[in-house]
Design a binder for this molecule. Structure first.
Ligand code: GLA
Length: 333
């Protein structure tokens, strides 16, 4: 009797332990991943975050979003992630040369790393190809941007002899240099003379930065420059440039600015007219949803993402089609 009752209570206790450890197992399995971005104020990155959170909702994981505008904040964010039980993170670094430091810190904390947008470089400036990376086929996308600008110039009947291009560059960033190189390549291929293309370096990768760089190029233009093409590695690089042409007295009809991203040009395209003609809309849905999903799969099943996923889908959005194109990927508000 005594033994029997004891066995029964032992069985009960075992069942209880099993039940509680089962529920413990469920909550321990609720995966957390980080999503760290260099410029949280840029709509591009807000959009990536939104799509990452959508993936988390759909698949049942938590996304911890942290803005990492500099190296110090980046390393602190990795500690924060580890302390909150995250298993890995997706990151667009503020400076690609932070790559080795980010990897060392992540290793110390046993966190997996997937780079998005901007690829890590090592101490010699070489891309860290062993770190999985999702980013643009940058030269190709730059070429498409250049081709779009040239096609619009042709449509407006511009004569190349009176047309100049101001290309805002940010060569510190490989994806930036490749985009503007591609753009210049396509403009030349379309017939714009090489000496009509002015490259001007941005000190900062934002609207004020490109306004300054464009201003310093505008003063070098010859009197023959009637029409202007304005380029740069993303929407901010072109938006500032277009603002500079306005202050210098150029009319919208004489300016063709085409950005890259699409996400950061929505407000501008809502204006009836401006020198900002359009933008090459990328896939922020892929860069946010897919990268977060890949990290979730990696930490929960061990399946590592590809070392390089090149994104080359772009759609030219202009005032004529932007509502329709943005609606397709759920970005029209
Ligand atoms: C870089 C740019 C962003 C965006 C992404 C796309 O990170 O700074 O604005 O263009 O690339 O990959």
């Amino acid at each position: 009797m005594f033994i029997q009752r004891n066995i029964r209570s032992l069985t009960c206790a075992a069942a209880l332990v099993a039940a509680s450890s089962f529920s413990g197992w469920v909550s321990a399995e609720e995966v957390k991943i980080g999503f760290l971005v260099k410029q949280a104020e840029e709509p591009w990155f807000q959009t990536e975050w939104a799509f990452a959170e959508k993936a988390g909702k759909d698949k049942g994981f938590t996304v911890i979003k942290i803005a990492v505008p500099d190296g110090e904040k980046t390393l602190a964010a990795i500690d924060t992630l580890a302390a909150s039980g995250a298993k890995g993170f997706v990151i667009c670094p503020s400076d690609t040369s932070l790559g080795p430091a980010i990897m060392a810190k992540a290793k110390l904390n046993d966190l997996k790393v997937l780079a998005v947008d901007d690829r890590f470089v090592d101490a010699h400036g070489k891309p860290m190809e062993d770190v999985p990376y999702v980013g643009l086929a940058a030269f190709k996308i730059g070429q498409k941007q250049g081709a779009a600008m040239a096609a619009e110039a042709k449509k407006r009947g511009w004569d190349w002899s009176a047309t100049y291009a101001v290309i805002n560059t940010f060569d510190e960033l490989d994806t930036g240099k490749k985009r503007t190189d591609g753009s210049v390549d396509a403009l030349k291929a379309a017939g714009l003379p090489a000496d009509h293309i002015l490259l001007t370096a941005q000190k900062t990768l934002d609207v004020p930065g490109s306004m300054d760089s464009t201003n310093s190029a505008l003063v070098k233009l010859p009197g023959a420059a009637k029409n202007l093409i304005v380029g740069g590695m993303n929407d901010s690089a072109v938006l500032g440039g277009v603002r500079a042409t306005e202050s210098a007295g150029f009319k919208a009809a004489n300016v063709i600015g085409v950005g890259i991203n699409g996400t950061d040009a929505i407000g501008e395209l809502k204006k009836t007219d401006s020198g900002f003609y359009g933008s090459m809309l990328l896939s922020p849905d892929t860069s946010g949803y897919e990268t977060a999903s890949q990290m979730f799969t990696w930490v929960s099943t061990g399946k590592e993402p590809a070392k390089y996923t090149a994104l080359d889908t772009v759609t030219l959005i202009t005032r004529a089609n932007f509502q329709q194109e943005l609606t397709k990927i759920g970005l029209w508000k």
